[in-house]
Design a protein around this ligand. Structure first.
Ligand code: C2E
Ligand code: MG
Ligand code: MG
Length: 733
């Protein structure tokens, strides 16, 4: 069974009191001295740890010990005056310490204490000072010393009353007890009408009380709350009030009780009434002050609640209730400044803009709220889930969770099931990028952003982790963007053309314009610079330049050879409301008829484009639309009949499968696509035809148009021009 731990102050109190009592009975000067010295040492420790009051108690103890030492060396019974003088020091220092110890900083505190002291003065004058002066033991003590002792008694009495009335702090009670011991020693001496100084030496009653003073003071000094002796209420408590009233009212009446004559009674009653009223006034003021303080506290609390609410609003997204970007940055800043590893996951929804555009913001908002609900399920594993704006969310991971695995789970959770809004069920997928942060690395947000972009670009994987190569790619992209801006000015962007061949006649019926960019003497593939142009918004200007160059060139070919021109356009261009006007203006300027122009849109972007009215406008002007790279994107066959298109370009990956001899399942797949195109009344073009075998197969399958290295590589306008003029472009079979 565990032994309960007894607090040091209780041990000191019990042990000290027992030792004092035993010594009192047994006697022994040296033992007293050792105890006093030990007490003084403990008080020295307390004085160093706590505050000024404890230095004074230490000094009182040291003075008392020095006195005992002095009288024990001298031996015999000391004379009254020197004894009185030597004790006065300990007594004075205790009074000073107790006053300091019980001092409370509060309004009206001094007046309150003053009222008590004055009332007590009346009591003390009647019962302490007058009897002292009349005592035979004091016959030899001069009046000054007696009066000084009386004052000290008064001060000590005031501190005893004050601390005793506040019974909530043990050290205060112990100090009050110690003060009572000193007072008791004096009163006992006076009450017993003792003569000489013997009672102040070992074995005497006052001596015993003075030793108990040591025990109580030392016990108070080792109490854990020795530094805060009193509670700090503003208004006096009930017990304090009772003591104060009794003393203030009864004190002035005492002389009247002792000598009941009209000369004494009338002023005594008036003084008592005055004291009572003054005290009442003080108490009312204190209560008022306390009420004001309480009101101020309540107002402060309300303000704090309001502040907390405002801070919550400032740190949270009003739509989803998730933390917002500011709060995430705030937490991120702390993680960066900390010393633990952390990770940031950014998660973006695929195609959310289309949901907003198609169904309206009401539906978009509902979907976002539902997404937030799913993301919040991960809150216990992360420090913060935030919405950074739009369709982008962030997770700050500081708990040591495997961030890569968490990012995968987040992405899976977002796309696990469609979102039900009204009667609709809307499917959604997401991508995530994550960056590991080390303390001091404040680029982690940018890193996670790069990783997210990488995840968006890489078709397959849906989460990407940041590594240094991404930063290199980022600076390469910045270099390309700067180069493209320059290219728009210096004409290093130009067009190559690849023939589109009719399988029936073997002749070129059209040309596809493919953009080329020569940077520092080397050709940069469109697969590299077109995505950068799209990301930076440069595609608008670059696409318009390509269209103009191609139309200007193809106008002549159309006039002479009846060729049509097919030009690739980006989804970004289609979203520009002025795009139709740009195309029509270009046609008008270059003289190419609308019927001779085909605009190619990559299949994967068609879902976006399907919602835009631009395709309908263009077709209304006679321009045809082709789906490029059919079969690579995610638009299902079900969309096909709804799309405003005329031509279907089968992606090269289907054609590349046809090696010699062709496999039956590849052939049937191509045949199925061709039948689908015929069924939808679409003109089919097979891309990437590289061999005679592939060309033959496509002819056999009834594919009307073909394009590929087998018929002609993309080449500059002059080369195509020469081919058309000299051979009327008859493609090899
Ligand atoms: P795309 O529109 O599908 O163009 C066909 C790509 O296949 C061209 O690559 C062409 O050179 C290549 N090609 C043609 N025949 C064969 C073949 O038999 N075998 C193989 N392996 N490849 C063949 P290129 O010129 O590198 O263009 C790549 C993509 O860049 C284009 O694919 C198109 O999506 C885009 N692009 C090109 N020019 C423009 C443009 O002016 N504007 C826009 N927005 N995109 C363009
Ligand atoms: Mg194309
Ligand atoms: Mg293509």
């Amino acid at each position: 069974m565990p032994i309960p731990r007894i607090p040091a102050w209780q041990l000191t109190l019990a042990g000290g009191a027992a030792a004092v009592l035993v010594l009192h009975l047994v006697g022994g000067d040296h033992a007293w001295l050792i105890m006093q010295a030990a007490g003084t040492a403990i008080l020295f420790r307390a004085a160093r740890r706590h505050r000024c009051g404890w230095w004074l108690f230490f000094a009182a103890s040291a003075a008392g010990t020095a006195t005992s030492l002095w009288w024990s060396i001298r031996g015999g019974e000391p004379a009254i005056t020197p004894m009185g003088l030597s004790l006065a020091l300990q007594y004075t220092l205790h009074a000073a310490a107790a006053v300091q110890f019980t001092r409370r900083r509060k309004p009206g505190g001094a007046a309150e204490a003053g009222a008590v002291v004055l009332a007590v003065a009346m009591l003390a004058w009647s019962f302490v000072v007058l009897p002292y002066l009349g005592q035979p033991g004091y016959r030899l003590v001069d009046d000054a010393l007696a009066a000084f002792y009386a004052l000290l008694d008064l001060a000590i009495l005031a501190t005893v009353l004050r601390t005793a009335a506040d019974s909530r702090r043990v050290p205060g009670i112990l100090v009050a007890g110690a003060g009572s011991m000193l007072l008791g020693a004096h009163l006992l001496y006076a009450a017993t009408s003792a003569e000489g100084t013997r009672p102040f030496l070992s074995g005497g009653g006052p001596h015993l009380l003075i030793q108990l003073w040591w025990v109580l003071i030392v016990a108070a000094s080792v109490h854990p709350r020795a530094a805060q002796p009193l509670a700090t209420d503003l208004a006096p408590g009930r017990s304090t009030l009772a003591v104060m009233y009794t003393v203030a009212v009864a004190g002035p009446l005492l002389p009247a009780v002792a000598a009941p004559s009209a000369v004494v009674v009338v002023p005594a009653v008036l003084t008592a009434a005055l004291c009572g009223l003054l005290l009442l006034r003080i108490v009312v003021l204190a209560r008022l002050a306390e009420r004001r303080a309480r009101q101020a506290r309540e107002a402060l609390q309300e303000q704090q609640v309001l502040q907390r609410r405002l801070a919550y609003r400032a740190g949270h997204d009003s739509l989803t209730g998730l933390a917002n970007r500011d709060l995430l940055l705030d937490h991120l800043g702390r993680a960066v400044a900390g010393d633990r590893p952390y990770a940031l996951i950014l998660c973006a929804l695929d195609g959310f803009k289309e949901i907003n555009d198609t169904y309206g913001h009401h539906v978009g908002d509902t979907v976002l709220r539902q997404v937030a609900g799913r993301l919040l399920l991960f809150a216990p594993e992360v420090e913060l889930v935030a919405r950074l704006g739009g369709d982008e969310f962030g997770f700050l991971v500081t708990s040591g969770t495997d961030a890569g695995e968490l990012a995968d789970r987040v992405v899976t959770a977002v796309s696990a099931a469609p979102y039900a809004v009204d009667e609709r069920r809307i499917p959604l997928t997401a991508r995530a990028g994550l960056a590991d942060g080390t303390p001091g690395n404040d680029a982690v947000l940018g890193d996670a952003d790069l990783a997210l972009r990488a995840a968006k670009q890489a078709g397959g994987a849906r989460t990407a982790r940041f590594d240094e190569s991404l930063r290199a790619e980022q600076s390469e992209r910045a270099r390309i963007a700067a180069g493209l801006r320059q290219a728009l000015a210096d004409g290093t962007l130009f067009m190559h053309y690849q023939p589109v061949v009719d399988t029936g006649t073997g002749r070129a019926t059209g040309v596809e314009a493919l953009m080329r960019w020569r940077r520092d003497g080397e050709l940069v593939p469109p697969g590299v610079f077109i995505p950068v142009a799209e990301q930076t918004g440069l595609i608008g200007a670059i696409g318009a330049r390509a269209l103009r160059l191609a139309c200007a060139q193809a106008a002549a070919w159309h006039r002479e050879h009846g060729l049509y021109l097919t030009v690739n356009v980006s989804t970004h261009q289609l979203r520009d409301p002025g795009f139709t006007a740009t195309v029509l203006e270009t046609l008008a300027d270059t003289g190419l008829p609308a019927a001779a122009l085909v605009l190619e849109i990559t299949e994967s972007v068609l879902i976006d484009a399907a919602d835009t009215p631009v395709l309908g406008e263009l077709r209304a002007h006679g321009i045809r639309i082709a789906i490029d790279d059919f079969g690579t994107g995610y638009s299902s066959l079900a969309y096909l009949h709804a799309l405003p298109v005329d031509i279907l370009k089968i992606d090269q990956s289907f054609i590349r499968r046809h090696q010699d001899p062709p496999r039956a399942q590849d052939v049937s797949l191509t045949r199925a696509i061709l039948e689908l195109a015929r069924g939808q009344d679409l003109l089919a073009v097979a891309e990437g035809v590289e061999t005679a075998g592939q060309a033959q197969l496509l002819r056999d399958l009834g594919c009307p148009l073909v394009q590929g290295y087998h018929f002609g590589r993309p080449a500059d306008a002059d080369t195509i021009d020469t081919l058309m003029r000299e051979y009327a472009f008859h493609a090899p079979v």
